[in-house]
Each structure stands twice: as structure tokens, then as C-alpha cells.
Ligand binder design. Sequence first.
Ligand code: UDX
Length: 442
Amino acid sequence: KGGHVKITIVGTGYVGLVTGTCFAETGNDVICVDIDANKVAMLSRGEIPIYEPGLGEMVERNTQLGRLRFTTDLATACNDADLLYLAVGTPSADDGTADLSNLWAVVEQAAPHIGPKAIVVIKSTVPVGTNAGAASRFKELTGREVDVASNPEFLKEGAAIDDCMKPDRVVVGCRRAEVGEKLRELYAPFLRTEKPFLVMSPESAEMTKYVANAMLATKISFINEMANLCELMAADIDDVRRGIGHDARIGFSFLFPGVGYGGSCFPKDVRALRSMATALGVDPRMLTAVEEVNDNQKCIVTQKLKKHFKDDLAGKTIAVWGLAFKPRTDDIREAPALTLIDQMLAAGARLQVHDPEAAANVKAIYGDKLSYGENPYDALPGADALAVMTEWKEYVHVDLARVAHLMNTPVVFDGRNVYSRARMHEAGFTYYGIGRSPVLPA
Ligand code: UDX
């Protein structure tokens, strides 16, 4: 089933590239458009500019089969598209609102070229009301009604293909039932396991995306606040987490304490939703708290380091394992590790860092201010402390005796609770986790 819809996708970032490739995989005719000629040339050769497991092979296969093409020529790519997907970035502007300049630029450029039956689908995360605004703008530019549908994306980096091909649900916001039916057919191959295809108004669909991300960010800030309290009460957040998770109303997911959320979505979407509320004259107290708690949590390892070293970090060598905002990605946008790095540099510490995928992106910003280990152990010689900022599995299964031996003093700040206290105690470490009492040498 599925197949043979002509789809043009504008924007080959994470979302656009993954979505386009998955639509090609189910037999559709897909053209991906980007203004970045280098990126388009790379993709046409089957090389992908991001790290995402399985995506390279899938791009290559579909490119060879002629179902997936890349171009910088938006006008031509719009000509006979049945569906025009907009998947351009909507970054945070300085005031926290979503910056829609990319989106509006594409609307202006595409309008003269779209066919009379084409449906425009907005995949980018956009403030509530943007779909309606785009529909009016298309009407002004073309002189006719153009269907504009909202189809928010819920994929996670690192699991993007699976999330896209086997979504928990698909949400579509549109004004006409016919538009919903066309998109239902397109998604049928992805919804074989009876997952729901939900049709609603564009406003509800736009809001769904923000509410989903705000809820998840809220869970993280909530558990981080509870973890910090546990520490002061000699309780262990890991036991508490298990104690609450078996209650089906609470569950286990997204309640892992850590060094705060980062990435390209949660920080920007929480900020954007706050701005929407403020613009409506509403004080979004929950969202403000979620953001404040997270800003503080991103400093938690620094606070613990300062306490341990009695505020004297000048000349200390700190090893940092994990730079990406989460494992299985090279993405460092709003990563808590960068907050730690900035604060350590400001305090006069020397930094020896490692990440399996994200080191090159960090080097592009910090250059020689940091030293970069080829493997985790390389970052350790002479270190006065080790901070674990991302839970890559290569950090979990390390030889702790070797770690202790390489370091100047065996002190670990485990920002993701990847080690058990018992294991660290046996290996002779001074150990600080999140929301658990420290292990101090006997
Ligand atoms: C997220 C949403 O999950 C996805 O649905 C949406 O489309 C885009 O934003 P992503 O940014 O790829 O996806 O990352 P995700 O895996 O959700 O993690 C976000 C951040 O939360 C990471 O920094 C992670 O370390 C942190 N996190 C997550 C925690 O600190 N604790 C948890 O229990 C879960």
C-alpha cells in the first residue's frame, strides 16, 4: 500500500530529511529542497550531514531507486507536487518567540509555482495560528483557496527512522475532510499496528506539538527538582523513581534525573509556548518554573564541583565524558555539557573532553581551549575529577580500575546516574550522583 504520491519537502534538516526518506521508502516520489547547495550536493551523493543510525543507507538506497532526489531549485520542485511539505527550521528569536522568517520566505517563493490541487503541509513546529496565517497568505499570493494542513512531527534524534516509520500516533490538522483522507492514505503504511491517525483543527494540531514537548520537559524538571530534594534528605531518587513508577498513572518513562534537558526542541518549544501565553496576557507559571528548574539543573555539576573543590578550580584538570545533549547523536544544541565547559573555563580549570560523536562539533566552537581524547581513557590522565554529562553506553561499561589509575584523584560527578554507588565504592571512588547521597572514601 501507499506509494506514488509526488511529495516535495522543503528543508533537509533532521525532520525534513528523515520524513522525506521515509516517504520515499514506502514508494512515493520525493524531492527534497534546500537552499544550501553543499548540503544538496552531499545528499545527492548519498552522504548525510547528520549522525542518525540507519539514515545513510536508506538515503542511498532510495536515491539509487530514483524515488528520492535533492535540489536547490524550489520553483521546479513545486511544479507538479501533490503535497508540499514545509520542514524548515523555526529557531528561537531573542525574545523566545519562534522565528518564522524561513517559513514565510518559502511560502512567498513557492506560492507562484504550486499546482491547483496541491496541499501544503506544515511539518515545522509553528506557533498556534500559523497554518491559518499561511492559508491566508497563499490566498493573497495565488488568488485562490489553498489547503494548508498541520502535521507535527514527534520523532526523536537517534531513533528518528523508527519513530517516523512506526509512530505512536499521527496528528493532522486540516479544515477539509478530503485533505485528512489524502494524508491518511499517505501514512497508512506506517500505521499497520493500529496506531491512531488523529484528525483535528490546524490550531489543535499545532498546540498538540507544544503541549507534548512541554509535558515531557515538565516531567524532567519535576524529577530533577525531586532528585535535588532527595539529596538533602538522605533519600535516593533511584529508589524513589522505582517506588513511584509502578503506579500505572505515573509510569517510568522520562523520569530520569540528570543535568537538565537540551537539544533542538524542548528548550525552544517551552520558550515559544511561554511567549504565546504571555502574548495572550496569561502568566504561564508552570512553564516558567520548568524553564527555571532546567536552567539551574544545567549548572548542577558545576555547583557540586565547586563545593567539592571549595571554590578553587583554578588550575584543576577536569575530564568531561559526553558532550552531546543525549546519547546516539552528535547534536550539541543547548547541551548541558557546554554550560559546564563555559563555567569551568571561567573558573580557570583545564578541560579534557571526550564524546563518541559530538567532539568535532564542540571543537568547531572551542578549538584549542579544550583538549580532546580519542577514546574515553585519553581524557583522564592527570584529571582531578571526571564529569559524566551524557549517558553513552561506552561510559557505562568502562574498566573502573583503569579509570581510577589514570586520574590524579578518583573523583566522579555522574550527571546521569550511570554508575551504581556500590560499584563506585568498591572501585575506591569519591562519587557524586544526582539525587543520591555521595560515596565518600572510608
Ligand atoms: C524531543 C521529543 O522527545 C520529540 O518527541 C520531539 O519531536 C523533539 O524533541 P529529542 O530532542 O530528540 O526529542 O530528545 P529526547 O530524547 O526527547 O531528549 C531530550 C532531553 O531530555 C535530553 O537532553 C535528555 O537527556 C533529557 N532527558 C530525557 C532527561 O534528562 N531525562 C529523561 O528522563 C528523558
